[in-house]
Design a protein around this ligand. Structure first.
Ligand code: FMN
Length: 173
């Protein structure tokens, strides 16, 4: 049994990497991601050193975070490698370039964040990439976040996913 299963379910995203102007584009699934600072806006995620994504982020010092609803697609992106297949073609992904950075974004995303790498931390078999959020966009969103929060996928482990309950409750004052 793996210790990190105790920290799941957790939101799962798609990391975009490469350089859109050079036509180098890849996407992978990622559940080990977290916000780190509000000002400056920073987030970080752990990337296995074996992933093709790892080399692309080292090379171009940028990545995108894409929040999509489709767990089937997330699993496909998380169980194949850009070192072996062109995922954009294989999964007929609709891709656009970032507004500020030359990072690939998924058109169907509920939210996208464009990040510039400001720090890399060696953490065992992963590298923790810390990115400054240079631009972000989200649809159907307000100051409390996603209006349809039950569409945000969570990764339980392996091939198991779930979505948040629609039931919302507030802590009384
Ligand atoms: C749901 C899910 C979550 C994942 N989370 C991470 C993660 O947080 N960090 C990581 O390095 N790999 C994670 N992976 C594995 C990568 O997505 C997987 O190794 C992928 O094939 C890497 O693609 P690439 O070689 O094209 O970069 C996850 C896979 C799945 C299915």
């Amino acid at each position: 049994m793996k210790f990190y299963r105790t920290l799941h379910p957790r939101p799962v995203v798609v990391i975009g990497s490469g350089d859109t102007e050079k036509g180098i584009i890849n996407f992978m699934a990622c559940a080990w991601i977290t916000p780190l600072s509000d000002e400056p806006p920073l987030l970080g995620f752990a990337c296995s050193k074996e992933n093709y994504t790892h080399g692309l982020i080292k090379e171009f010092s940028q990545f995108s975070v894409n929040i999509i609803e489709d767990c089937e697609l997330i699993f496909k992106l998380g169980s194949t490698s850009g070192s072996e297949i062109d995922k954009v073609r294989a999964f007929a992904l609709k891709v656009k370039g970032g507004n500020i950075l030359r990072v690939p974004l998924l058109e169907e995303a509920l939210a996208t964040l464009e990040c510039k790498v400001i720090k890399e931390v060696e953490v065992g078999d992963h590298t923790f990439f810390i990115g400054e959020v240079k631009n972000w966009e989200a649809t159907n969103f307000d100051e409390y976040g996603y209006k349809e929060f039950w569409r945000i996928p969570l990764h339980k482990g392996g091939r198991a996913f779930c979505y948040p309950s629609k039931k919302l409750f507030f802590i009384k004052k």
